[in-house]
Design a protein around this ligand. Structure first.
Ligand SMILES: *Cc1c(COP(=O)(O)O)cnc(C)c1O
Length: 400
């Protein structure tokens, strides 16, 4: 079968809920992936930051194989050794009291929303069914009905109503708007410390600290979605660390497994996750020993290989070089660590065509919204690989 055959099969039998670049990949190692024709590409998306450790990392692979040959799933009806060790190691690494393991990012967000509501009723004393959660314009937190209920992206909602009530939206980056929206029934404020899907939108300096202060003063939970920005991507363990801010609740996923397995988690103080009693919430696969063993090793790799420090160093270099490209198409370069968005001018004809051209040059990137190219290579990337990529990025942005 050739590339066109695979594309035709997928188009025929798979739902069309994505518009992928037409490259059929069958192998990955480190920062590189290969298509079925043997062409090599530098992965500059990292599966939306799930591959921070690089593809098929040998240590995580070994942990997967070892655990898969011992025990994979027992459900939470019984205990397993790996969930206990993951819980301890993850809490020690992040400084949180407790964690609750799930699978996808959206499930972690749903879990955080449920915890916040229950905390509101049981701890804060909000009247039953009155809890409100404040969210941000431009948010992306997943695709479930409750999560798209507070999306401000028309396409994510169109055709999926009726929606879950209890959400209020404020402009992102505007602390005064947050404070004005808080009522006695507000239980939580949910935000991404950098909005990745919205186009790598970085809030004004001091915003996270102001949010922290406002949430504390009004007894509102600050819930940070670090599913994309967390685990080293922005050059800190969490993007909130850039302002020295500790949220009450953090959701993580994606790189928590280095891309081997869907593993996500909610991290929080004991009084928040403590509202869950046996039977309140659960997941058949959440906290399974295979996912937990993979996550344990994925976290160790981030620490042992100094991926956070590397994200700072290489991110500064990449951003600096991108800023110096004198292309008439570029409106702005912004980013932190190795999460960088290049916003193109409206007249550039959209980011998609640049991603297509970069693919032909051997660089895989994805547009986010119409005019932003997101650059997010694996955090193991080195200077010479960035030089290789920059040569191609410059060529495409200068000639197209
Ligand atoms: C990817 C993402 C999610 C959803 O994660 P899934 O695993 O795709 O469900 C939630 N929040 C943010 C910020 C994300 O980037």
């Amino acid at each position: 079968m050739n590339t066109q055959d695979y594309i035709a099969l997928e188009e025929q039998y798979n739902a069309h809920n994505y518009h992928p670049l037409n490259v059929v990949l069958d192998r990955g190692q480190g920062i590189w992936v290969w298509d079925i024709e043997g062409n090599r590409y530098l992965d500059f998306l990292s599966a939306y930051s799930a591959i921070n450790q690089g593809h098929t990392h040998p240590r995580i692979l070994q942990a997967l194989i070892d655990q898969a040959s011992k025990l994979t799933l027992v459900s939470r009806a019984f205990r397993n050794d790996q969930i206990a060790l993951l819980a301890k190691e993850l809490c020690e690494l992040t400084g949180f009291d407790t964690m609750l393991p799930m699978n996808s990012g959206a499930e972690a967000v749903e879990t955080a929303l449920k915890a916040a509501r229950k905390w509101g009723y049981k701890v804060k004393g909000v009247p039953e069914n009155q809890a409100q959660i404040i969210t941000c314009e431009g948010n992306f937190q997943g695709r479930t009905i409750s999560i798209v209920s507070f999306s401000t992206e028309a396409q994510y909602r169109d055709g999926f109503g009726p929606f879950t009530p209890g959400f209020v939206t404020v402009p992102y980056g505007d602390a005064a708007a947050l404070e004005a929206a808080i009522t006695p029934n507000t239980v939580a404020f949910s935000l991404e410390p950098i909005q990745g899907e919205a186009g790598v939108i970085i809030p004004p300096d001091g915003y996270l600290q102001q949010v922290r202060e406002i949430c504390t003063r009004h007894n509102v939970l600050m819930m940070a979605d670090e599913i994309q920005t967390g685990l080293g991507r922005t050059g800190k363990l969490f993007a909130c660390d850039w302002e020295g801010v500790k949220p009450d609740v953090v959701t993580i996923g994606k790189a928590l497994s280095g891309g081997f397995y869907p593993v996500s988690a909610v991290l929080a103080r004991q009084d928040v996750l403590g509202v869950f009693k046996p039977g309140d919430h659960g997941s058949t696969f959440g906290g399974n020993p295979l996912g937990a063993a993979v996550a344990r090793e994925a976290l160790k790799v981030i620490v042992d290989e100094n991926l956070i420090e590397n994200a700072v160093q290489q991110g500064e270099y990449l951003k600096g070089r991108l800023e110096r490209i004198e292309s008439e198409h570029i409106a702005e370069v912004r980013g932190r660590g190795l999460l960088i968005g290049v916003e193109l001018k409206p007249e550039a004809g959209g980011a998609r065509r640049f991603c297509e051209m970069l693919k032909d040059e051997g660089l895989l990137c994805k547009e986010t919204h119409d005019n932003v190219i997101r650059f997010a290579p694996p955090l193991i990337i080195q200077r010479e690989d960035l030089d290789w990529a920059l040569e191609r990025i410059e060529k495409v942005l200068m000639t197209a």
